[in-house]
Design a binder for this molecule. Structure first.
Ligand SMILES: C[S@@+](CC[C@H](N)C(=O)[O-])C[C@H]1O[C@@H](n2cnc3c(N)ncnc32)[C@H](O)[C@@H]1O
Length: 409
């Protein structure tokens, strides 16, 4: 598997390097003054698609009605390189049913059920007796592992509030010491090892880091390798947002700009709103960016929060007024007339369509960059003496951060 991982990394890097100009910069950073990210030809091809075709591309289900040519080939190669074997799922298959455990979201329940199924054969083979759940929050995984297998668990987290809730929730498992909540900062674990080297239990030890944000995934890996844990599972998330030091994190991921790391953590196309409404969301956001830039003099990138579906359906002026209010722009209602006039200019409409086309093409690289980051991490673990594998574990429509590294001695 290690060789396969290295080969795939090489292939992805070679592919990505051909399109670096597209994925390494934010779309809004380029408009309306600089060079667009994609050629006029690619922009026109995407602009000619209907919103459902655009959703198909965004969900990596295919290339819609794009004609044969360079863009179609690029997308097909991109999707092939970022795909993993997953159990066959029809696009309309039922999503996992409602959570069986009260107070646990459908998403979390799905993640835990899936992981229990995946870890079980490994636990049996190694006769695992103790599990360490890093950044475990309320300890849902630890509790599920204790209840499903004959193991003890320790869950580490630095949030006393979450751990307090977990202790209340799993009071029975705490009282007979099957689960322990250890208050700890995982970032500091190199100076204070969290896991004692020797286990008093008759059996092996294993560890999990489920959605360890940003650099915490690396802290987790370092801590478990240091403690000589022979089997561990890592499902990383938000590759950039969780990092306190953007600079060092981007150096750790050579060739990936902070914008590219951001894009990787945003690749959740399967849970996005698609179709007409999805198109409207993009249209409004980009038109708003142009207005902020040209009329309000706000040239830097402004993260625009979500608005209600009703507001998107109402119209651009209503949406924009609400955004101006959030941005604390003085007297937002006085912008109504200028907003209407601005958003109806054909030159602005043309730019917004180009921005949408660029973003559809750029976003298609998000998953591939995520895959590259995770494969690079797996390869680094491989170098430290583990057999590693990477797979997509959760249903992406429920839990998009679903790349699992399994590492075993
Ligand atoms: C995305 S949540 C995942 C929680 C849990 N693993 C799950 O999947 O339900 C990330 C968790 O990391 C914890 N965390 C963040 N920084 C941490 C740190 N430096 N040390 C320990 N825990 C941390 C947060 O409190 C939060 O519970």
């Amino acid at each position: 598997m290690s060789r396969e991982i290295h080969e795939r990394i090489d292939e992805i890097e070679a592919f990505l390097s051909r399109y670096q100009g597209i994925w390494s910069r934010e779309v809004v950073a380029q408009f309306p003054y600089d060079e667009p990210l994609v050629s006029d030809e690619w922009s026109a091809l995407i602009s000619n698609l209907d919103p459902d075709d655009i959703s198909t591309i965004e969900c990596r289900r295919g290339t819609g009605s794009l004609p044969e040519g360079e863009l179609k080939s690029m997308l097909e190669e991109n999707f092939a390189l970022s795909s993993f074997y997953t159990h066959p799922q029809s696009p309309d298959a039922d999503l996992p049913g409602p959570s069986r455990t009260s107070g646990v979201s459908q998403k979390k329940q799905h993640e835990i059920d899936t992981l229990l199924e995946l870890v079980e054969p490994h636990f049996q083979r190694l006769r695992v007796a103790e599990v360490f759940d890093f950044c475990g929050g309320m300890g849902h995984f630890a509790a599920a592992a204790v209840s499903s297998f004959n193991v003890k668990a320790t869950t580490f987290d630095f949030s006393e509030e979450l751990q307090g809730k977990g202790k209340q929730r799993y009071v029975d498992l705490c009282s007979d010491s099957r689960i322990r909540f250890a208050h700890a900062d995982v970032r500091q674990s190199s100076s204070h090892p969290l896991i004692p080297r020797l286990s008093a239990l008759d059996g092996q030890r294993s560890a999990i880091g489920l959605h360890t944000c940003g650099d915490l995934a690396q802290c987790f890996v370092d801590a478990v390798i240091e403690a000589e844990i022979p089997l561990f599972f890592s499902v990383p998330c938000c590759y950039y947002k969780g990092s306190t030091n953007t600079q060092s994190f981007s150096e750790d991921e050579p060739t990936l700009s902070p914008e590219a790391l951001w894009l990787a953590s945003r690749s959740h196309c399967q849970v996005n709103i698609g179709g007409e409404l999805g198109y409207r969301v993009k249209y409004f956001r980009f038109m708003m960016h142009l207005y902020l830039c040209e009329v309000c003099g706000i040239r830097e990138f402004v993260g625009l929060g979500h608005s209600t579906k009703t507001l998107y359906r109402a119209g651009f002026e209503e949406y924009a007024e609400e955004q101006l209010r959030r941005l604390a722009v003085e007297n937002p209602s006085s912008h109504r007339g200028p907003l209407r006039e601005f958003s109806r200019r054909s030159s602005r409409i043309k730019i917004v369509k180009e921005m949408i086309a660029s973003s559809v093409i750029r976003n298609s690289f998000g998953r591939l960059i995520e895959v590259l980051i995770v494969l690079r991490r797996a390869a680094k673990i491989g170098v430290r003496g583990y057999a590693v594998s990477v797979e997509a574990c959760f249903d992406e429509r429920v839990s998009p951060r679903n790349l699992l590294i399994t590492a075993r001695k």
